[in-house]
Each structure stands twice: as structure tokens, then as C-alpha cells.
Design a protein around this ligand. Structure first.
Ligand code: NAP
Length: 251
């Protein structure tokens, strides 16, 4: 048996791919041979151009993923354009920062809805097609806060811990159908999501001191793990949360 990391002939759906980690993953999947549907609320102009440069097809699907109403339509549109969805990457996510004693219901609901509720129902919608076709890959973007509590981000810690749980729950029920479900837990990656931390001199120093690799991650650092988990090379890997964190959790 030869090991394949190729995604040639596969169709991927990536959420929140106009920027940051989602953009890097979408481009890497295309470089590995996949056609890619990009779902989100902002036009992914740069990502569409970068994928076109690889020679693969990319389409954009407008959707506000703080709600689950659009999920069936997103999967249907991606499937119609690309001939089914073989790979789903649930990347779209938000973070709200506030002191625990002041944390609002609005900041709780917004983060849980986008980061956890939509992730589950989008996976469910995509998995129906994957089960019907006899296989697929679901990759959820988790966090170090799948394992830790964080500071001033309780709804994010709850949502990302939940992502670890539903990754395993989905993996168990979908494994007999040839669908692998895994998650990637990025460490501290320099994106919009962490702009406030990067700008805070004290937190920035504390974070850098604790990362064995001694640097913030780049979005591209996450892409290799995504290609592996999307490819046949990972066909016996399921229900796993893969940390890509410069050694943070090892410390
Ligand atoms: P980012 O640059 O802020 O990207 C977040 C993406 O999610 C953007 O494309 C954003 O679209 C999209 N999104 C947010 N709310 C949405 C909604 N309601 N509907 C549709 N799309 C929506 O941050 P990032 O760091 O790349 O984050 C990507 C994922 O990695 C998130 O799940 C995040 O929690 C996770 N993560 C990041 C880090 C890190 O250190 N950066 C660490 C661990 C996990 P807009 O541009 O339109 O807002």
C-alpha cells in the first residue's frame, strides 16, 4: 500500500476562509489537489485568487455562520458546484474577551452559537452526503482551550472544549461509514483572533516566554496538519485532537 497525501479529485468546504487560519488551510488543500468552496460572511477575494493560482477551482458561498439556518444550503451549494463535499473544515470562529464577573449572556451565546452549534449542524449536514458516498473527512478547528481554561474567555473555553467532545462523538458514529472526524488545536497563531493579545505588551511577552518554539505560529503552520487529516494518509486516525502549538502543551 502506498501512502497518499494527495487530495486530487476531492472537494473541500472550508468556513471562514477569507483570512487567517482558514485561508491558509483552504490554499493548502488546493495545493494538495482539492477544489474548494469557501463559506463565510466576508468575500474571500485573496483566497479565491490564491486558489486560482494553483489551478484548482474555488467558489465563494455567502453565509452568516452565527446561525444554523444557512447550513443545509451551504452544503448543497458546495455539493452542486463541486460534485459533493468530501472534506469539511469547520474553521469559522469568534472570541469575546471580558472579566468573568462581568461576562454577558450575549458574549456567551454568540461564541457558543458560532464556534460550537453551527460546527455541529454543518458537520451533520455534510456527513449525510459523506455517509451516502461511503466516506469523507471532517476537520474541526479546536484550540488550546479545548484542554485549558484560558483567561477572560469563558465562552470560548466552553465552546472549544465542546468542539473536542463533539469531534469524538461524531468520530464514533461516523467511523463505520468511512468518515474520519478529527480536530486541530492551534497554539498561539498571529491572526485577527489574537490581535488584542499581540498588542498587549505584557501578555505578548508572557505568551512568548511559555512557547518552547519561542515564536507565535503563522497560519501556514496549521496547514500541513489539515492536509494530513484531509488525506488518505490519515484514514485510521479518527476522534483525535492534534495540537499544533510550538510545544505549548508539552511544557
Ligand atoms: P480570524 O482571522 O478572526 O478568522 C476567523 C474567521 O471566521 C474569519 O474568516 C471570520 O470571518 C469567520 N467568521 C467569524 N464569524 C463568522 C460568522 N458569523 N459567519 C461566517 N464566518 C465567520 O481568526 P483565526 O485565528 O484565523 O481563527 C480561525 C479559527 O482558529 C477559529 O475557530 C479560532 O477560534 C481558531 N483558533 C485560532 C487561534 C489563534 O491563535 N489565532 C488559536 C486557536 C484556535 P470575518 O472575517 O467575516 O469575521
Amino acid at each position: 500500500m502506498s501512502i497518499s497525501f494527495s487530495l486530487a479529485g476531492k472537494a473541500a468546504l472550508v468556513t471562514g476562509a477569507n483570512t487567517g487560519i482558514g485561508q491558509a488551510i483552504a490554499v493548502a488543500l488546493a495545493q494538495a489537489g482539492a477544489d474548494v468552496a469557501l463559506a463565510g460572511r466576508s468575500e474571500p477575494t485573496e483566497t479565491l485568487a490564491a486558489i486560482a493560482a494553483t489551478g484548482r477551482t474555488a467558489i465563494s458561498i455567502k453565509a452568516d455562520l452565527s446561525l444554523i439556518d444557512p447550513v443545509e444550503g451551504v452544503v448543497a451549494q458546495a455539493g452542486e458546484a463541486l460534485g459533493g463535499v468530501d472534506i469539511l473544515v469547520n474553521n469559522a470562529g469568534i472570541i469575546r474577551r471580558a472579566d468573568l464577573l462581568e461576562f454577558s449572556e450575549e458574549d456567551w451565546d454568540a461564541v457558543i452559537d458560532t464556534n460550537l452549534k453551527t460546527l455541529f449542524f454543518l458537520s451533520q449536514a455534510a456527513a449525510r452526503g459523506m455517509v451516502a458516498r461511503g466516506g469523507g473527512k471532517i476537520i474541526n478547528i479546536a484550540s488550546l482551550l479545548t484542554f485549558q481554561g484560558g483567561i477572560r474567555v469563558p465562552s470560548y473555553a466552553a465552546a472549544k472544549s465542546g468542539v473536542g467532545g463533539v469531534t469524538k462523538a461524531m468520530a464514533n458514529e461516523l467511523a463505520p461509514h468511512g468518515v474520519q472526524v478529527n480536530a486541530i488545536a492551534p497554539g498561539y497563531i498571529a491572526t485577527n483572533n489574537t490581535a488584542a493579545l499581540q498588542a498587549d505588551e505584557t501578555r505578548n511577552r508572557q505568551i512568548l516566554e511559555r512557547i518552547p518554539a519561542g515564536r507565535w505560529g503563522a497560519s501556514e503552520d496549521i496547514a500541513g496538519a489539515a492536509v494530513f487529516l484531509a488525506s488518505p494518509a490519515s484514514n485510521y486516525v479518527t476522534g483525535h485532537v492534534l495540537a499544533v502549538d510550538g510545544g505549548w502543551l508539552a511544557r
